[in-house]
Write a protein that binds this ligand. Structure first.
Ligand code: ZN
Length: 377
């Protein structure tokens, strides 16, 4: 990769275990990424990946933004008041010094796995109100690539991940779009970035309509490799769109996704990470076609030809860091040890209780213990 060094914030990185610190930061240093946002998803055995991310943020307080996942246990324990519980949890997360909220709950597979209410259902209202009122940054994964519902078009790697949704038992994108639009209509102040271009990279006119209606809405460029195939089909149109909506698009890569989804023992892999940086940056900066020299996880083969859109420098700066800083603050927020200790103690209790109800699926307290050791001392 021969890309020039420039100021970049990666707004979408996964960090599935505290032991990945050195491998992640080595890649960030090597590729010149100044700051990054860790987006936390729920975890079956450890309930939350927030303690791991807190340890990373404590080690690099000026470089790490942390987007905490919601504690989803209210969906099981008290589903009727889950929205109130989530609203309260926003305070808990912010109190610890988290920078924003990450929701993976709109990923189609998650909708099927967990008893998640419709996003525009009454039960969620207190949570959306809270998020809008406090303008808390939200990175929200809603939907998936359309081809995942199509038996002919679903990529082999998606089938392997169990992401073929065409058997009639999964929610579809249109249902979720309409739920989300209702939420945005009711809460126009919601400060939200939809991950993976809101899965609208093949429908730029439609996305333009949403941007025009909802001034606090953004999207990130985190692959979904389908996004870069879609852009390549009409690079002139993509370029015009990026210039028109240059304030609404954020850089992100999903570095760490492989360790999260596939192989926890492998840590953050350099090859995967470089491929992710390569596709996004080359798309934004290159004039004409390019190929990848690295192999990305969930990218399919390496032989594909992509098209760059060669954006002007000032637009690149917005996409690489200025938009993120406007969305989420110029600096990561400071941590509060006392609040972290209280929450880690609470998580520990819940993890132990869950392990008794469902032996084998839960019960790993290694991360909360590690965080308690660190923040208590
Ligand atoms: Zn992700």
């Amino acid at each position: 990769m021969t890309l020039k060094k420039r100021k970049i914030i990666d707004g979408h990185i996964h960090y599935a275990h505290f032991s990945y610190q050195d491998s992640l930061m080595a890649i960030m240093d090597e590729t010149g990424i100044e700051k990054l946002a860790v987006v936390c998803t729920p975890d079956e055995a450890r309930l939350s990946l927030v303690p791991d991310a807190l340890l990373l943020k404590a080690a690099y307080p000026d470089r790490i933004y942390l987007f905490g996942g919601l504690d989803i246990s209210p969906l099981f324990i008290s589903p009727d008041i889950a929205g109130e519980a989530f609203a309260h949890y926003v305070d808990v997360l912010l109190g610890m010094g988290v920078d924003g909220i990450k929701m993976i709950e709109g990923k189609v597979q998650m909708r099927k796995m967990l008893p998640i209410p419709d996003f525009d259902a009454r039960v969620y209202a207190p949570y959306w109100e809270k998020m809008a009122e406090t303008k808390t940054p939200l990175i929200f994964h809603v939907n998936d690539p359309e081809e995942f519902w199509d038996a002919e078009k679903v990529p082999a790697w998606a089938r392997e991940m169990d992401w073929f949704y065409g058997d009639g038992t999964y929610i579809n994108n249109e249902v979720q779009y309409s739920q989300i639009l209702n939420v945005l209509e009711r809460h126009p102040d919601l400060n939200v970035t939809f991950a993976h271009f809101f899965f609208l990279s093949a429908q730029l006119d439609r996305l333009a309509g949403y941007f025009d209606r909802f001034p606090n809405m953004h999207v990130d460029l985190t692959p979904g490799i389908e996004m870069y195939f879609n852009f390549a089909s009409d690079p002139d149109k993509a370029r015009a769109f990026f210039i028109k909506y240059q304030d609404r698009i954020l850089y992100g890569t999903d570095i760490g996704a492989r360790a999260l989804l596939r192989d926890r023992n492998a840590g953050i892999e350099q090859e995967e990470s470089l491929a992710r940086i390569e596709v996004v940056r080359n798309f934004l900066e290159t004039k004409g076609s390019f190929r990848l020299s690295h192999q990305g996880f969930l990218f399919g083969g390496k032989e594909a030809v992509f098209q760059g859109i060669h954006l002007p420098e000032d637009v690149l700066d917005k996409i690489y860091f200025k938009n993120f800083e406007r969305f989420s603050g110029e600096k990561p927020r400071p941590l509060n040890s006392e609040a972290i200790v209280a929450e880690c103690q609470r998580l520990e209790t819940i993890i132990m209780a869950m392990a008794q109800v469902q032996p084998g699926t839960a019960g790993d307290i290694s991360s909360v213990r590690k965080a308690l050791d660190y923040f208590q001392s």
